[in-house]
Write a protein that binds this ligand. Structure first.
Ligand SMILES: Cc1cc2nc3c(=O)[nH]c(=O)nc-3n(C[C@H](O)[C@H](O)[C@H](O)COP(=O)(O)O)c2cc1C
Length: 185
């Protein structure tokens, strides 16, 4: 069994990225699970707060990452880059620095994302690359999934209604899960 963890970088109730992650949980290949973790409750990074201990919401997310064989980041795009709330969460996960290797070291990550615009988070996805490299994670580059025009891809309830995107997501997950399986062997 390949155990994956997905994290959406949006806190919005009607988030397209959370909807994309939710769809992904149903489209993983056989012998694969995709659990959903949340960045909700993670405070703004403050070294003075860290000096008093890792906040509980951060510790919970770190444990979830460590328990997973691979992590799927589902990223919105803000101003052609990573949204601050999402980057803030990953920054917290990298603390203390002495623990970053346990959380990220050689762990296979992949990135997808959805946007109502025409470019489907390609720049935000690219912006994650130097971050993941710095953290020593592995990155699966065998597929790309920039979901554009998200307003017509999901219905009002957040269900994925676009058959082409569904097929692309399924193919992406199959490739990524196979990579994680090889990495964990
Ligand atoms: C501050 C801000 C900046 C944004 N910049 C971009 C952008 O550069 N590219 C883009 O495609 N969408 C941009 N958007 C629109 C987001 O893609 C849109 O709000 C999307 O719904 C966010 O993802 P979510 O639905 O998962 O919350 C921006 C939105 C905000 C609030």
């Amino acid at each position: 069994m390949v155990k994956l963890l997905g994290i959406s970088g949006s806190l919005r109730r009607g988030s397209y990225n959370s909807a994309l992650l939710s769809a992904a949980t149903r489209l993983v290949p056989p012998e694969t699970t995709l659990e959903v973790a949340s960045i909700r409750g993670i405070p703004l990074y403050d070294a003075d707060v860290e000096a008093q201990g890792i906040p509980p919401a951060v510790a919970v997310l770190k444990d979830a990452v460590v328990a997973a064989a691979g992590v799927l980041l589902v990223t919105p795009e803000y101003n052609n880059s990573i949204p601050g709330v999402f980057k803030n969460a990953i920054d917290w996960l990298s603390r203390p620095a002495s623990d970053a290797r346990r959380v990220f070291g050689a762990r296979p990550f992949a990135v997808i994302g959805a946007s109502p615009g025409g470019f489907g988070t390609t720049l935000a996805q690219a912006a994650w690359l130097p971050v993941l490299r710095t953290l020593g994670a592995q990155f699966w580059a065998g597929g790309r999934l920039p979901v554009s025009r998200a307003g017509s891809v999901f219905d009002e309830a957040g269900n994925l209604k676009d058959a082409a995107v569904e097929a692309q997501l399924k193919q992406f997950l199959a490739g990524y899960a196979a990579f994680v399986r090889r990495a964990s062997a």
